[in-house]
Design a protein around this ligand. Sequence first.
Ligand code: URP
Ligand code: ZN
Ligand code: ZN
Length: 474
Amino acid sequence: MKNSVCIRSGQIITDSDSRIADIFIEDGVIRQVGEKLLVPSDTREINTSGKLVLPGGVDVHVHLDLPMFDTISSDDHYTGMKAAAFGGTTTVIDFVPHDDLNFETNIARWHTKADNKAAVDFGFHMNVTRFSPQVLSQIPRLPEWGITSLKVFTAYNNRLRLADDQIKQVLQVARDAGILTMLHAEEGDEIEKLTAEAVRSGRKDPIWHARTRPAEGALTSARRIFSIAHQVKAPLYLVHMNTAGEAALLKESRRLGWQVMGETCPQYLFFTEKELERSDGSKWICSPPLRTEADQKALWSALREQIIEVISTDHCPFFYNGEQAIEYEGASCQILGKELGRDNFTKIPNGLPGVGDRLPVFWSKAVNTKILTPQRFVALTSTNPAKIFGLYPKKGAIQPGSDADIVIWDPLKSVRYGVSIARHRTDYNLYEDWNLQGFPEKVFLRGVNIVDDGAWNGRAGMGQFIPRKNSLMV
Ligand code: URP
Ligand code: ZN
Ligand code: ZN
């Protein structure tokens, strides 16, 4: 017997359309979308009139179970994906660290971490943070392992950074293999120098994290690599855009027809570096750091003007106070966190929670405020990332043949948001006490109702690794 569901009479929002219709799902796949659909008698019927129906969110930038400094990001592939689901996101892409020279070894290790825990569907990007002819020769093999994107860094000297001429070679090989190169743009040498100076002169408060990683450095390194990518005709995707300069660079490069795309993240839209001056400023430490109001304004404009085409989260949570346990699924859980850098910002693990916050926060602050239409919201949070990262139309779409990853969205539901509502495995939330309106009511992963009015019906291991195709320019 086939497992079938019919979602009736909801207002379906896609990246380009909005209409009231029914969705018939069989064995996890959308079979029909239309009015007054006739369906088999054993179909489970769900009436969603008055609600919105969105494609599941796609967050293409998360770091789960990632070792950093003397600890590890506090969400693993179960807890982080469960939090994603509660926030309406049904697909995430995580980064595989390049610890071993051999990609296959790293990828296998990441599958060991993820496969039995995954609670939503997922993919991997490969970090390329070591360089040798052997590394270059493995890049064309990434699609064999279902990976069609890689990330390079111009910062983190002697750890993750590649030299510009090495990045050029990676871009060329990736281009020939149909692989999209992602860029973390910050100026490594300058950061090393400014950090050493700050520490030497006793400037160890969290605000110095931002002051030692200036916005100009993000722009100069992005500009250099954009120009190299254009020279070798390779596509490039700028991650976690955070400065007005990057927004202007992306705008100009796209006007010139260069193959460049970019994402920003909610933290850069809603907070500034002023947060780092608070007594609990370490909660907002991430790299690249939060910037100024002028940067925020430019990022919002770039979203409105369709220059920035993706909102991801760079979800990489840590406990604020890892000396104290929290309760998670009825058990005590304690993981070292931001307190590691209580006396020295260089020891604060970099990263923020966000995978579950993205849709509800962004809906309230961008759609309810009429900055963006609901269609643009879907484009930025689901359809565009699915297209760029080779998941479309399996993901990011509500059409026959797509996976039935669907969010029933209650546009009238008001919540006082915060750590108790977000399901991240950490002890704080950046949006504590924010009043939000519009929230996921039910979330389906391939037709299975994994979140149902606040109840969790999902389980570890039900998320599937999705081998990806080549990216599409949007
Ligand atoms: O602070 C952050 N964002 N940590 C994650 C690593 C990265 O570069 O995205
Ligand atoms: Zn990065
Ligand atoms: Zn990241």
